[in-house]
Design a protein around this ligand. Structure first.
Ligand SMILES: [Fe+2]
Ligand SMILES: [Fe+2]
Length: 276
């Protein structure tokens, strides 16, 4: 078996491991696993609504994420099937947030439809174009999204909103699992071609931006309101980037050595707001 076939086999095994755990331990229903019967008692909180609406907006670019991801990844079975399953799991994130916004009375159905129209009038374009670079992006972005949703979970619990807390708890478990799969794939990539994978990781980090930037309506104004509920650069480094490197067995020195000369680093990654 040549190297490429062996690598595809390993990605398939990683996907089957991910999928088995998802099927056996992580499946949840937007209908049955959120305590909607308690929604009447949800306290009104406009900041919480703005956060939920903004995250929902980022999650709603799902057709673009799936279309571009699956076309990029299709040549490797495990990758392609991951994107298909990922799309199903991500679809529940936007659904459950929309359901909370409407059922809790924070938004009318008409407002949700208007927001949907504004969101879908723009398209997300993949910031990277190779499967390995998209895996690097996925590992960072999913971990950042996990951290953001965990923060929202804590806020919802503090406010006594058990309904939104349940939504965020389910979503954040999904995001953690997605980050884990991308890290597993990156470990395989590092075994296969360490220098190439390190160069892609350095390139992706230097040019990293969360997917909603410039797409979600009134994004900048939303970020201003949401700042306390999001993650700043320090949190991004300590809870997203450094733990990801640690789990990959990569040091910052490794990355500096691997950085391609052509890369012009962004002044700073822009992790400040939400992701899918
Ligand atoms: Fe995710
Ligand atoms: Fe998501």
């Amino acid at each position: 078996m040549n190297s490429t076939l062996a690598q595809r086999e390993k990605v398939y095994r990683a996907y089957m491991d991910f999928f088995e755990k998802a099927e056996r331990r992580r499946r949840w229903s937007v209908f049955d696993d959120i305590p909607w019967d308690k929604v009447e008692a949800v306290p009104h909180d406009e900041t919480a609504a703005l956060c939920a609406e903004t995250f929902c907006g980022v999650e709603m670019y799902l057709p673009d994420y799936v279309a571009q991801g699956i076309n990029c990844m299709r040549d490797t079975f495990g990758h392609g099937w991951f994107v298909a399953n990922w799309g199903y799991e991500e679809s529940k994130h936007a659904l459950s947030l929309r359901m909370w916004l409407e059922k809790s009375g924070h938004r009318t159905w008409e407002q949700i439809l208007e927001f949907e129209r504004a969101v879908l009038s723009k398209r997300w374009e993949a910031p990277f174009t190779t499967p390995r670079q998209l895996s690097c992006y996925g590992a960072i972005q999913e971990q950042a999204t996990f951290v953001i949703y965990r923060r929202q979970l804590e806020c919802a619990r503090e406010r006594g909103d058990v309904v939104l807390a349940a939504v965020y708890e389910h979503i954040s478990k999904d995001e953690a699992a997605h980050a884990g799969f991308y890290r597993d794939v990156l470990k395989l990539e590092l075994e296969e071609d360490r220098e190439g994978a390190l160069a892609d990781l350095a390139h992706t980090f230097a040019n990293f931006q969360m997917p909603g930037v410039g797409l979600v309506p009134e994004y900048d104004a939303r970020v201003g309101v949401m700042r306390s509920a999001g993650i700043d650069r320090n949190v991004f480094l300590t809870r997203v980037w450094l733990p990801t490197l640690k789990q990959l067995g990569v040091s910052r020195t490794d990355l500096l050595r691997a950085r391609r000369p052509a890369v012009v680093p962004a002044s700073s990654p822009s992790p400040e707001q939400p992701a899918a």
